[in-house]
Design a protein around this ligand. Structure first.
Ligand code: OGA
Ligand code: NI
Length: 353
């Protein structure tokens, strides 16, 4: 991986705050990638499923709702998920405060494409690429051996403790969800976790996304279409500002967040492990001219140094192994080099058939 960005980094938030009335060319997407605003009322009414985890955990009949959501959407909101609502609110607030700090303060954490850790404004190192209308802060949470709070923001006060606390609660939720997914695939409860490398070796990273308001939201995207490369993702959305869109066939469905819910989505590694039964679904983020938006994505990933391929029990005569095994440390390089590019990467692993 190259050591530095191909062009000087421009904070989108700082750009937005200059009050410009047009979007600079480097953020203007080609016409086919620009947001589509669905006019059809039935599309506007569609939304990803909401799963009440209190009806799933300890209740085998609830597993079918999870299976349905994973097969049909690859995305669902969870309520009664066990993560403290107060903690969720404090976490959102702290990150909002971080992004409100002066640019010089945030720049102290400027990241590089080598690790992506820190404050950044682009994904991918392709020169002259069209960029997304967002800034972010990226950090490693698990394995704890690579956790380095000294690289995390030191302001607002207590944000580091908050990240630790949030990470602990959300990774606990991930452990339970991985068990649920495993059972919903008809596997032993601990099978999927074992395939991810085991509870003590999995990875987790956190990305705080900041989507500044945008003078011409119809020309750009806050985050271009992609599927998440990892295992599962838990998104803490901005409850006041919508923006996340999930692909549903030829449409984009805008998620309307339910109060205190978290959004769960399947990543490429679970698509591979499940031998294609569950699919990582493409999603993107649109921006708007009136309000900034913030979101926090926790990516729960396999151990990075073991090959990840379809689990044996899901390979049958009728459904031979669809994907060639690959290590996650190798897999994640593509999005880090090329930036978000739909579902191209997982499709490239399809065994030749
Ligand atoms: C991501 C992502 C969605 C959002 O960070 O990978 O898809 O709502 N975020 O910000
Ligand atoms: Ni994503």
């Amino acid at each position: 991986m190259v050591a530095s960005w191909p062009e000087p980094i421009v904070s989108v938030q700082a750009l937005s705050q200059t009050g410009i009335s047009t979007v600079p060319n480097r953020y203007v997407k080609p016409a086919h990638q620009r947001p589509v605003y669905n006019s059809n009322q039935s599309d506007a009414d569609m939304d990803i499923p909401v799963v009440d985890m209190s009806k799933v955990w300890g209740k085998p009949e609830g597993l079918m709702s999870v299976r349905g959501a994973c097969e049909e959407w690859g995305f669902f909101q969870v309520v009664n998920h066990g993560v403290s609502h107060d903690l969720m609110e404090r976490m959102r607030g702290a990150w909002r405060e971080f992004f409100e700090l002066p640019l010089e303060e945030k720049r102290k954490y400027a990241n590089s494409p080598e690790t992506y850790e820190g404050y950044g404004s682009r994904l991918g190192v392709v020169k002259d690429a069209k960029l997304d209308w967002s800034d972010y802060f990226f950090l490693n949470y698990l394995p704890s051996s690579i956790r380095s709070p000294s690289k995390w923001p030191s302001q607002p006060p207590k944000i580091r403790e908050l990240i630790e606390e949030y990470g602990e609660e959300v990774t606990k939720l991930c452990e339970r969800l991985v068990e649920t997914l495993s059972e919903s695939l008809g596997l032993k409860p601990n099978r999927l976790m074992k395939a991810l490398g085991g509870e003590d070796s999995v990875g987790a990273t956190l990305r705080a996304n900041f989507y500044p308001k945008c003078p011409q939201p119809q020309l750009t995207l806050g985050l271009s279409s992609h599927s998440d490369p990892g295992g599962i993702t838990i998104v803490l959305p901005d409850e006041k500002v919508a923006g996340l869109q999930v692909r549903r066939g030829d449409y984009w469905v805008t998620v309307k967040s339910v109060p205190n819910a978290l959004i769960v989505n399947i990543g490429d590694q679970v698509q591979i492990l499940s031998n294609g039964i569950y699919k990582s679904v493409e999603h993107q983020v649109i921006v708007n001219s009136g309000m900034d938006r913030i979101s926090l994505a926790l990516f729960y990933n396999p151990r990075s140094d073991i090959p990840i391929g379809p689990v044996k029990e899901l390979i049958t005569e009728n459904q031979p192994a669809l994907y060639k095994p690959i290590r996650f440390d190798e897999y994640r390089l593509l999005i880090r080099q090329k930036g978000p590019c739909g579902k191209n990467q997982v499709d490239s692993l399809l065994s030749s058939r």
